[in-house]
Design a protein around this ligand. Structure first.
Ligand code: ADP
Ligand code: MG
Length: 324
């Protein structure tokens, strides 16, 4: 499959005076045309910072300090802020948890969608408006004509998110990074929006990175999963392999705490302890303090190991040890 986004060794830090706090450490991610990659991990693991670092939306004191982000032949980390702005929206787009990160509260939906379209494309207002109308239809908005005339505050949360998604898809970008865009919505709407985005990306061949803390929501639609912990990808691979036989004890813990995998009324096992702050990460494996399998060997940073084609794990005691 044709890789459209290839992230290699991406590292990001926050700078406080002379102190450097490392937030992302050598992130490797790749996503192919039409593929859905789920980026999962507990809150604070670095998922949003990864999305911001890739799309150039990181704000000070955060800064990308290493690695490269290749978008079909263009290294995004080497672009100027203007160069990145020209890419964003057009070739790579981000959908946020809060749709108001995309929408302007004081403008009618049509005004901002038409402006977004005309910012990157030489197209007349009337033709642009027609495109916006069909974009709203494509994301499942009923009465799109009325919605075009509305202001964001006149729409429900789910509707606002659909408008933000339609806006992100206007230019038919090669890659979309969706950062927990349904987390604030109720379960029914969540499912609807997820399947709309899935269908649009599959139909158009758009590569999709879906960021979530909720493994259950994404497991059914993703092609591959990358699991993040304390600023590192600790495991990645095809969704079925990874769910059936997780290699990293952290992935196992995430899967075991999904409600659907247990009979009703049974108390879910939770991963003990919590993720350390970035300023107090241990030298070796950051998960070791919470891990039942940890030994002295975990005091040195575990290398990324390929345990099967397309499967990577960073653990010296993977659960797949002895399996083949
Ligand atoms: P996630 O999206 O996985 O919940 P984030 O990517 O938002 O996590 O955050 C990753 C880590 O970076 C967290 O420890 C968070 O506290 C830290 N962080 C995020 N933004 C900043 C900032 N502006 N300054 C310092 N630390 C930050
Ligand atoms: Mg986040």
């Amino acid at each position: 499959m044709e890789t459209v986004l290839d992230v290699r060794g991406l590292s990001t830090s926050f700078f406080f005076g002379s102190e450097e706090v490392r937030a992302l450490r050598e992130i490797d991610l790749a996503v192919a045309r039409g593929e859905i990659l789920a980026l999962v991990g507990e809150s604070g693991s670095g998922k949003s910072i990864t999305g911001f670092s890739i799309t150039g939306l990181l704000s000070p004191p955060g800064r990308v300090v290493g690695g490269r982000v290749d978008l079909t032949g263009t290294n995004l980390t080497a672009l100027s802020p203007e160069g990145l702005r020209a890419m964003r929206g057009k070739r790579i787009a981000m959908i946020f948890q809060d749709p108001m990160m995309t929408l302007n509260p004081v403008l009618r939906v049509e005004t901002q969608m038409i402006d977004a379209l005309r910012a990157h494309e030489n197209i007349g207002r009337r033709a642009a408006r027609a495109r916006c109308l069909s974009a709203l239809q494509e994301v499942g908005i009923a009465a799109p004509e009325a919605r075009l005339r509305a202001y964001p505050h006149q729409l429900s949360g789910g509707m606002r998110q659909r408008v933000a998604i339609a806006t992100a898809l206007l230019h038919d970008p090669e890659v979309i990074i969706a950062d927990e865009p349904t987390t604030a919505l109720d379960v029914t709407i969540q499912g609807q929006i997820l399947s709309v985005v899935q269908k649009l990306c599959t139909d158009r061949g758009t590569a999709l990175i879906w960021i979530t803390h909720d493994l259950a929501v994404i497991a059914g639609i993703a092609d591959r999963i990358a699991v993040m912990y304390a600023g590192r990808i600790v495991e990645s691979g095809p969704v079925d392999d990874l769910i059936d036989a997780p290699a990293h004890p952290y992935t196992r813990g995430l899967i075991d705490s999904v409600p659907a995998s247990h009979p009703k009324g049974v108390r879910l096992p939770q991963i003990p302890g919590r993720m350390p702050a970035l300023t107090e990460l241990p030298e070796g494996c950051a998960f070791a303090p919470r891990c039942a399998r940890a030994t002295a060997a975990c005091a040195t940073p575990p290398p990324a190991t390929e345990i099967a084609p397309g499967r990577m794990v960073r653990c010296v005691h993977p659960l797949t040890e002895g399996m083949s």
